[in-house]
Write a protein that binds this ligand. Structure first.
Ligand code: NDP
Ligand code: GUE
Length: 298
């Protein structure tokens, strides 16, 4: 029997509805949550995501501010924009889409964003709060994965979790969240020995590498829950000139073995955008010292 397909798209729609309710409540209290997205250069994939983000932000009743900067923008000009957004009372969340062109430094860029508005959870303050058990703004994609896992599995305590990938944006915060849920967590990466064996331990297997179909069916423990974060765009095999998205997991193989699995597209991706909106609401509540809604944080 095949695995249950975890419908991230439907779950994300539920989160976006909850966000919309909270936005209405905040507006009634005199606070209109706003999200600012900075896009440097014209990477086509980033354009697509930013477009999705804008639509979802507006549909939830929030203000959306988009700032497009030329690929050769100076650090000084980028920082001047970030400083303005930090000071702008209509902006509660700031996201600078990565990657940025090579002459800009991601670490310095993140450090310029007010941690209270860092809805990507990338700042040292938010990463440190997450690691030490505080109230952080948590990176959107791991937050979304945790929501899917909790919904399916309930209590995660004692489960073996393997996260493949150790980026600051995903792998590390995902591992921190799973640790906080009392999983036994392994973080695997490009230097891990016997990766298939490590993966076979996992009750919860999370893949965030960016290599299409790397995780094979026989890497999956029977009955495991598989979360596929990877997104690779490749030529469509049947439609000339078209592309399609594929994950890091060989879906057809893994689906035979796992108890549940997220598809690509329609799994984790929509959760990322829903959680970006959720984080913006959370940031607005914290900035204005208003009660935080249930179900939108980790
Ligand atoms: N669905 C969504 O909403 C999102 C999807 N993504 C997607 O997730 C994927 C990962 O993103 P991100 O974390 O930003 O990527 P990074 O490129 O920053 O990190 C990739 C990680 O994978 C590891 N890795 C690379 N090759 C191997 C290998 N052969 N075996 C094991 N580990 C390997 C790297 O190890 P090392 O550290 O040793 O180099 C690194 O830790 C991408 O496809 C991205 O597009 C990302 C964010 C959101
Ligand atoms: N500072 C920063 N924060 C990020 O969170 C961030 C980033 N930079 N850079 C790029 C990655 C990637 N990312 C995705 C968001 C939505 C989908 C998404 O909506 N995916 C849909 C399909 C989208 C489509 O059809 O193209 C799905 O999987 O079903 C995917 C990937 C956020 N990222």
């Amino acid at each position: 029997m095949g695995a249950e397909i975890i419908d991230g798209k439907a779950f994300a729609a539920g989160i976006r509805d909850r966000v919309a309710e909270e936005v209405a409540r905040l507006k009634a209290a005199g606070v209109a949550p706003g999200l600012a997205v900075i896009l440097v250069g014209d990477d086509p994939a980033s354009e697509v995501y930013v477009g999705h983000k804008r639509k979802a932000t507006v549909a939830a009743g929030m203000a959306s501010f988009e700032h497009r900067l030329p690929a050769d923008v100076s650090e000084a000009d980028l920082f001047a924009l970030i400083d303005r957004l930090n000071a702008d009372p209509e902006v509660h969340g700031i996201l600078c889409q990565f990657p940025v062109p090579a002459h800009l430094d991601e670490r310095r860029t993140v450090a310029r964003i007010d941690p209270a508005k860092d809805v990507d959870g990338l700042s040292v303050a938010n990463a440190g709060l997450l690691a030490t058990g505080g109230d952080a703004l948590v990176s959107c994609t791991p937050l979304g994965c945790l929501m899917l896992l909790r919904d399916r599995l309930g209590n995660l305590a004692g489960m073996e979790a393997v996260v493949v990938g150790r980026s600051n944006l995903f792998g590390k915060p995902m591992a921190q969240l799973l640790l906080r849920e009392n999983c036994t967590v392994t973080i695997a990466h490009s230097r891990t020995k016997d990766l298939p064996d490590v993966c076979r331990r996992a009750d919860i297997l999370v893949a965030a590498v960016g290599r299409a179909r790397m995780v094979r069916g026989d890497w999956v423990k029977p009955g495991a829950t598989v979360i596929d974060v990877g997104i690779t765009r490749e030529a469509h095999p049947d439609k000339p000139g078209k592309t399609r998205l594929v994950g890091d997991v060989a879906f057809d193989e893994a689906e035979e073995v796992a108890a549940a699995i997220t598809p690509v597209p329609g799994g984790v991706g929509p959760m990322t955008i829903a959680c970006l909106l959720a984080n913006t609401v959370t940031a607005a509540c914290r900035i204005h010292d208003l009660p935080e809604p249930d179900g939108l944080t980790a």
